[in-house]
Write a protein that binds this ligand. Structure first.
Ligand code: C2E
Ligand code: CA
Ligand code: CA
Ligand code: CA
Length: 280
């Protein structure tokens, strides 16, 4: 009798080899992608739910590969992180996103923010904050307008995380805890770290069934209440329907983003959103 009936060792190994070879190929392609300008940034508006106005944007990277076509960030960011390519890519993201912010700011009278996703590997990089400061200075931006989104696990991944968070706080860059509730979910760090914002993960927002007032509703409500108790702001991501929106508003959630308002869009479209009567 076979001990492991479902595993065919030969097939399994060759599968893993193909996968490994493809990862090496992709790594090489990522190395040239920056030089060949295959990346671009798109911007998704973050909405003040009470006034329905745009308060800022989240910058999201896109890779148009000549060989693979469009590659989702979920497919290449982890590889970029494990190979440290995330460091130059991340610098490009910040540089490009802040330049975009100055262009947005020229057309809009009230302050608008730009949020960036920061990987653990970037935090370990000693020059990261210096680079960020240089960019913010170059474009004469108020640091309050430059928000850094990190994952819960990043606070545990990196030895430097505590010092880094304190430095960001001291400098005045707001910190957002992304995908809140899906990571380690230790409430200890909310006590220890100076974090400004909790971002409710889209799985909770989209899991809400308002009629049955299910667990996802309770979780969203609990995160909103927690953020208020701790004096933090709260953003709900992945709002796709008016039902999601109304439920979150009834819980007292102050900010939101999602396809209901807008998909992530190129800079010109992002600027045009300010003319959209829905967000005036
Ligand atoms: P994230 O930071 O959680 O970003 C939110 C993701 O949800 C984005 O996917 C966004 O396009 C998508 N989204 C927004 N609204 C909705 C909605 O209403 N419904 C649904 N189903 N999805 C929505 P995207 O752009 O594919 O990015 C995926 C992840 O890749 C991001 O998750 C982030 O972790 C990472 N990422 C993207 N850009 C960067 C970057 O510049 N640097 C780093 N380190 N990571 C990045
Ligand atoms: Ca994010
Ligand atoms: Ca998120
Ligand atoms: Ca996510």
């Amino acid at each position: 009798e076979k001990l492991y009936p479902d595993i065919n060792p030969q097939k399994d190994i060759s599968f893993r080899l193909t996968e490994a070879v493809d990862l090496i190929r992709m790594e090489n392609e990522l190395r040239t992608a920056l030089d060949e300008q295959q990346f671009k940034l798109v911007y998704q508006p973050i909405i003040d739910l009470e006034t329905q106005s745009i308060t800022g944007f989240e910058a999201l990277i896109r890779w148009q590969s000549p060989k693979r076509g469009f590659v989702r960030p979920d497919e290449f960011i982890p590889l970029a992180e494990s190979t440290s390519l995330i460091v130059p890519i991340g610098q490009w993201v910040i540089q490009t996103g802040l330049e975009a912010l100055t262009k947005i700011q020229k057309r809009v009278n009230h302050p608008v923010s730009m949020s960036f996703n920061i990987a653990s590997r970037q935090i370990e990089e000693p020059n990261f904050l210096e680079f960020l400061l240089d960019c913010a200075e170059k474009y004469r931006l108020d640091y309050q307008q430059v928000k850094l989104e990190i994952l819960e696990r990043t606070l545990f991944d990196s030895e430097r995380a505590i010092a880094w968070v304190q430095q960001c706080h001291a400098l005045g860059f707001p910190l957002v805890l992304d995908d809140f509730g899906t990571g380690y979910s230790s409430l200890q760090y909310l006590n220890e770290y100076n974090l400004n914002t909790l971002k409710i993960d889209k799985s909770f927002v989209q899991g809400m069934n308002v009629e049955s007032n299910n667990k996802s509703c309770s979780i969203c409500q609990a995160i909103v209440n927690l953020s208020k108790t701790l004096g933090m702001t709260v953003v709900a991501e992945g709002i796709e329907t008016d039902e999601h929106l109304q439920a979150l508003k009834s819980f007292g959630c102050t900010y939101g983003q999602g396809y209901f308002f807008s998909r992530p869009v190129p800079l010109e479209e992002a600027i045009a959103l300010f003319e959209d009567p829905r967000f005036s």
